[in-house]
Design a protein around this ligand. Structure first.
Ligand code: SF4
Length: 629
């Protein structure tokens, strides 16, 4: 077996105010080679069953990967793992930017934070030194202010900062962790867990870069990115117009979730909020992550209203605050994005929870007395900034919405629950299972709630056989295509599962899914093998990588099983099975019977028990996960 590097772990005990380093031996690290896999391995060895996610007992793990920091596009993601206060199961969340590589440049593969500090602190890492510093002066401050104060406190500019805003301090269930003031570990409420520990920020000094072990071959791979970008229309459009590039065409086709998923089209507003309009009107610059040529990140400015410091909205943000809420103003959507980045809120859960409240209001389930006098009709853009701030500081009606749409609905009763669009209590991202049934399957079974970046979307399978997409899918065992997008047969189930394993590899190696992937992306599965070999001397194979991806999914499911999750938690919201009305989406519906059959087949193929939906012992053993039995 090729020698694999040891992982460098920094342990931070906030109860005892102790910090120490340890190593995870290379033979174990190779099974969990970074990101989500490493984070889960470290979290689950420290996580007691049944604990309150907001108690000091919940370990919070930040992790990068064995290949993080190599100079190539799409290589700078960071994972955060812990028990989620939003779902009650395992939490898992990724972000990009520059913070992740600087962790690695300080020779850290993961940070495990345990306990709770008596008073607010921040962790400062500079090479071999790591210290806890007083953060009392930062408490209550938004991210932009905190970033400025931290740099003054340290008297240095050459630092990267991952932090929480007031929402995390106030334990909002979907608070996030923000770095660069505009990159988020958004999902699953990781910011609330950080807030529960009185840990305001982690600050890393900029460190020394890493060199690949076989530099000629490595740079030949990394330099090929420009040629690949020239040939790849999807990726170059993504770079030019951002992730929001196609929002208007989604509406025209009928699969843009609109007005809390009561419609699939948004003719009155899609053109105003789509990526090309953003590009033409308020875009100030295209931004990027470490070493990435694609430059898909947005920086927008609306003088007197939206500050470029807080970046610009992604597709999910534009959809949740835009079409979900019936808002037609890109300026207000950008302001909502800014406020979430300032206060540290997940834009998907926040926008979707407000959209849900708007439907409650329109249907007369709640009124002005409940909403603190806010007229919460769909389309009321001015309500967004007021509500976002109220949620972050848990003021009045904001305190109810800070629980997320599902928990708030539980307080109101069944009629309200039927209007929620959540899985495992987490709000759905803006891709419709009515059009993407394999994605619907992954939404249901994914251990940390519905996620649009945990498998390849159905479109890849309807591409002609000789395309790059189909050739890459065949590398991971998907050899057959499909003529009809809406089909949910055995081949589609296999496609869902195998691409889920592959995306799980990406979240392990902390690779950006817009650059590395199993179909349309710039680099395919074979390129990842080459990256590992030329970057760190790891002679791996697609098979080994796929098993790593499978191991990660099973770790999460095995933990959830211990927390009492069963197949009953793999349930899509009722709205998915009610035909949409009007426009190009008229009549579109997810076939319930086909969906349920697909789920059973998925359990079989995954080696999970059909009765419980949980991994069989034989599956865990096959994946070297006996320690979880
Ligand atoms: S494609 Fe976009 S999100 Fe991904 S690494 Fe590049 S700039 Fe960052």
């Amino acid at each position: 077996m090729t020698a694999f590097p040891d992982a460098n772990i920094l342990y931070v005990d906030l109860n005892e105010k102790k910090i120490y380093r340890d190593k995870l031996p290379g033979n174990i690290y190779r099974l969990y080679p970074g990101g989500s896999s490493l984070g889960l391995y470290l979290a689950l060895h420290n996580l007691k069953i049944g604990i309150d996610p907001l108690s000091p007992d919940n370990p919070l793990v930040f992790s990068v990967s064995a290949v993080t920091g190599l100079p190539i596009s799409g290589i700078t993601r960071m994972n955060v793992s812990c028990k989620s206060p939003l779902t009650g199961g395992i939490g898992d969340s990724q972000s990009g930017g520059f913070f992740p590589v600087h962790l690695k440049f300080n020779k850290i593969d993961a940070i495990v934070v345990r306990g709770k500090s008596e008073k607010p602190v921040y962790l400062f890492i500079d090479g071999d030194s790591a210290e806890l510093r007083d953060a009392s002066m930062l408490w209550g401050k938004v991210t932009g202010e905190s970033e400025k104060i931290i740099k003054e406190d340290l008297n240095r500019e050459d630092v990267e900062i991952a932090q929480i805003g007031p929402a995390g301090e106030n334990l909002v269930k979907y608070a996030c962790i923000i770095n660069m003031c505009n990159r988020a570990n958004g999902r699953n409420g990781m910011g609330a867990v950080m807030g529960s520990k009185n840990l305001k920020a982690i600050v890393v000094a900029k460190g020394k870069s890493i060199k690949p072990v076989k530099s000629d071959e490595f740079f030949s791979l990394s330099k090929s990115v420009m040629k690949r970008l020239d040939k790849n229309v999807t990726a170059s459009n993504l770079g030019m117009y951002g992730t929001d590039a196609d929002l208007e065409s989604y509406s025209n086709e009928g699969f843009l979730p609109t007005k809390n998923w009561t419609r699939g089209y948004f003719p009155e507003g899609a053109n105003n909020i789509t990526g090309t309009t953003m590009h033409r009107t308020i875009l100030k610059a295209r931004d990027t992550c470490f070493s990435c040529t694609v430059r898909c990140k947005r920086v927008v400015e609306v003088p007197g209203m939206v500050d470029p410091l807080y970046g610009g909205p992604e597709y999910e943000t534009v959809a949740t605050f835009g079409s979900y809420c019936g808002i037609t103003s890109i300026e207000y959507v950008s302001l909502a994005n800014q406020l979430c980045n300032m206060y540290g809120l997940d834009t998907i859960s926040c926008g979707a929870t407000i959209a849900f409240a708007m439907e409650l209001y329109e249907k007369g389930i709640i009124d002005d007395e409940v909403t603190d006098g806010i007229k919460l009709n769909f389309g009321n853009a001015e309500a967004l900034p007021i509500l976002i701030k109220k949620i972050a500081i848990k003021d009045g009606f904001g305190k109810l919405l800070a629980e997320g749409s599902y928990r708030y609905a539980e307080m109101l009763g069944k009629d309200a629950i039927d209007l929620t669009v959540t899985v495992k209590k987490q709000e759905l991202p803006a891709h419709m299972p009515q059009y993407k049934p394999s994605l619907g399957l992954i939404y249901a079974v994914n251990p940390f709630g519905a996620d649009h970046q945990s498998s390849e979307h159905d479109f890849a399978l309807v591409m002609p056989e000789n395309t790059m997409e189909r050739k890459r899918l065949s590398m991971i065992g998907i050899n057959k295509g499909c003529d009809d997008l809406f089909t949910m047969d055995e081949n589609k189930v296999k496609f869902a599962l195998e691409t889920q394993k592959f995306y799980s590899v990406l979240d392990t190696l902390c690779l950006c899914q817009f650059v590395w992937g199993p179909s349309w992306q710039l680099y395919g599965p074979d390129d990842i093998v080459e990256l590992c070999k030329t970057g760190i001397g790891w002679k791996t194979s697609i098979n080994e990588l796929m098993q790593i991806g499978e191991r990660r999914i099973n770790m999460m499911r095995a933990y959830n099983a211990k927390e009492g999750f069963t197949k009953a938690d793999d349930t899509l919201p009722v709205k998915m099975f009610e035909p949409l009305k009007g426009g190009p989406a008229d009549g579109a519906v997810l076939d319930k019977q086909a969906h349920e059959q697909a789920k059973e087949l998925y359990y079989d193929l995954a080696g999970w028990d059909r009765k419980t939906g949980n991994p069989k012992q034989s599956t865990l053993t096959k994946l070297s996960l006996q320690w979880l039995i």
